[in-house]
Design a binder for this molecule. Structure first.
Ligand code: CA
Length: 319
């Protein structure tokens, strides 16, 4: 029994041999093998599909969906426990002599690759899969998948709103690009004013429409697995200001406070001091009376923590 496990595009196996029977008609019309293909290629002709299978070491047979010209490549063929079924939309074929399949004269491509003839009439083995599995995103599912080039497009589960770029790609033989996409609960997303949730530079921002104290603001963001924004650079601050009603009016809670130790300003989530403080002129000036920080005008001001302001929540987009 062969061991073949397919996790997304990742294949874990040691040996793999198609059990193809030579000498039969290559195309069986109105038939298919009831298996899940390891790869599906769009807009392929039937003969092209078979050629593709012949080039890929892993491929033993094809189910060709003739209605939509979909080429389904299978890692198994017919055997004692697996027989063809009738399906008028399909054409089935197996490849011949797979054991002797070589690339050029004596090279056999591994199962993760395909044999390609170069413009100089040389043969090379090219990887066809990504080396890691498709990245998972909490509360998301894979809405669409392409194999050439490898890409996945995510959708969000019911009750969640998608933020960011929902497509991720990979160069065969390499890793998937980290998707910059997140599925946010609808009940949180609907609280976000000024155009909803914004995504920029791998972070998401939400101006939550609640006038609350600094501690309540911190708890509010945290309760949604976000946190009060930690502004890391003047560039990030300008971006946040451009999303808000600052500098005309408005003040928003950010994650900075010196509640614990007067004069020692710390970000509440990362527990670190600001690397690049962006205080308004003359600020901070409230001593022990003002221990919580708001973004106002073009910079930061310390205010009484009991004031009620809109919080700016942020989240680093999930890998
Ligand atoms: Ca203070």
């Amino acid at each position: 029994m062969k061991l073949l496990k397919i996790t997304g595009f990742l294949l874990i196996l040691n040996s793999h041999i198609c059990q193809s029977k030579a000498g039969e008609s290559p195309f069986e019309h109105g038939k298919k093998l009831p298996v899940v293909p390891f790869m599906v290629l769009d807009n392929f002709g039937m003969k092209m599909c078979l050629k593709e299978c012949e080039a890929i070491s892993l491929c033993c047979s094809i189910n060709f969906y003739r209605k939509l010209l979909k080429c389904e490549l299978n890692s198994v063929g017919q055997n004692e426990s697996l027989s063809l079924i009738t399906d008028q939309d399909y054409v089935y074929s197996e490849i011949f002599h797979p054991k002797n399949r070589t690339c050029g004269t004596d090279v056999t491509c591994n199962l993760q690759s395909k044999c390609i003839r170069t413009t100089f009439d040389q043969f090379v083995c090219m990887p066809i899969f990504c080396v890691d599995p498709v990245p998972e995103i909490p509360n998301a599912y894979i809405a669409q998948k392409t194999f050439s080039p490898p890409s996945v497009t995510y959708g969000c589960s019911s009750g969640y709103t998608g933020v960011g770029n929902n497509t991720s790609i990979c160069v065969p033989g390499k890793m998937w690009k980290t998707p910059v996409y997140s599925c946010v609960p609808d009940d949180f997303a609907k609280d976000c004013v000024y155009g909803g949730i914004h995504s920029y530079g791998g972070k998401m921002y939400c101006f939550a429409e609640h006038y609350i104290t600094w501690t309540a603001a911190k708890d509010y963001c945290h309760g949604h697995t976000w946190h009060l924004v930690e502004i890391e650079s003047a560039e990030e601050q300008s971006r946040i200001i451009s999303l808000s009603k600052i500098p005309d009016y408005g003040a928003y809670w950010i994650g900075l406070a010196d509640q614990e130790n007067e004069g020692t300003w710390l970000w509440s989530h990362s527990r670190s001091a600001p690397q690049n403080p962006l205080w308004n002129p003359g600020q901070p000036n409230g001593g022990t009376i003002e221990n919580c920080v708001a973004l106002t005008y073009n910079g930061w001001s310390d205010l009484k923590c009991s004031q009620t302001l809109i919080p700016i929540c942020e989240k680093v987009i999930h890998n």
